[in-house]
Design a protein around this ligand. Structure first.
Ligand code: SF4
Ligand code: SF4
Length: 77
């Protein structure tokens, strides 16, 4: 299982973070209620620090200004 996949609400959820789209604004780091994201010290770019804590609230995908985060929900991820 890739480390970006967790099972929530009976579905497998994949958090896709595309570093080249990320401008390092830190919104996802601040907004995520489960502290899933960290930020690289040198660039500020987000990374997945603890996917297993995700509660599938959807806020990161909704609020990332650069569409760097997307959530995929599939039965067969
Ligand atoms: S909200 Fe988007 S652009 Fe901002 S740090 Fe997170 S992934 Fe990067
Ligand atoms: S869906 Fe919610 S809990 Fe999961 S990483 Fe995004 S903001 Fe955090």
């Amino acid at each position: 299982m890739p480390d970006s996949v967790v099972t929530r609400k009976g579905q497998r959820l994949r958090i896709l973070l595309t570093p080249r789209y990320c401008k390092g604004c830190g919104i996802c780091v601040e907004l995520c209620p489960a502290k899933v994201f960290g930020s690289e010290p040198a660039t500020g770019k987000a990374y997945l620090a603890a996917v297993e804590r995700c509660v599938d609230c959807g806020l990161c995908e909704l609020w990332c200004p650069d569409y760097a985060i997307s959530l995929e929900r599939e039965a067969n991820l």
